[in-house]
Write a protein that binds this ligand. Structure first.
Ligand code: HEC
Length: 150
């Protein structure tokens, strides 16, 4: 009978430690943007963006008139994250609406890109200009790519 309260105190102590650990972990997640992994993805993603995307979407992400939609301030990107990951790898044709402008063009896929490279480009475009999504890691991208409609 005497042991019970002590056990109880011990376990509430453990729960307190556990909660403390959880709160530490989540505050690290808030600071994800400054992690070395984020920086590595972001820098590499920027290089790849220049190489694979800026011809059409432009270095400033604003696109080109009615030919190429913007990737800066794109409501399509905000609303269709998973589809964007698929578009980067597999391309897109047919009609598409970005910020109330209709496009009906073709973007070729980049099937030569590795899953890591797709994750890096995605991290770059979702953290430059108006977007602030944080790290998009390769695990998430692999999962999304496995269910694209292609
Ligand atoms: C040859 C030109 C071209 C290149 C290169 C290109 N795109 Fe596109 N992209 C387009 C066109 C055209 C569309 C619209 C397709 C449609 O109308 O269905 C599009 C659509 C998109 C969209 C969805 C619409 C939007 O703007 O939110 C995203 C996101 C996007 N591209 C990102 C990229 C990324 C990232 C790369 C580099 C890996 C890339 N594109 C390379 C021409 C291009």
């Amino acid at each position: 009978m005497q042991k019970r309260p002590r056990k109880c105190r011990e376990s509430s102590f453990l729960i307190a430690i556990f909660l403390l650990l959880i709160s530490c972990t989540s505050s690290t997640a808030d600071r994800e943007d400054y992690s070395p992994k984020f920086q590595q993805y972001y820098v590499q993603g920027g290089v790849l963006y220049q190489q694979y995307c800026s011809n059409c979407h432009q270095s400033n992400g604003k696109g080109l008139g009615r030919l190429y939609p913007p990737v800066d301030q794109s409501d399509f990107m905000e609303d269709n994250f998973e589809e964007v990951v698929c578009i980067i790898k597999y391309g897109k044709q047919g009609s598409l609406r970005v910020n109330d402008v209709d496009y009906n063009m073709t973007m070729k896929g980049n099937t030569n890109l590795t899953e890591l490279e797709v994750a890096e480009i995605t991290t770059f475009i979702y953290n430059t200009w108006s977007h602030k999504k944080g790290l998009v890691n390769v695990k998430e991208v692999t999962h999304i790519l496995s269910s694209c409609n292609n």
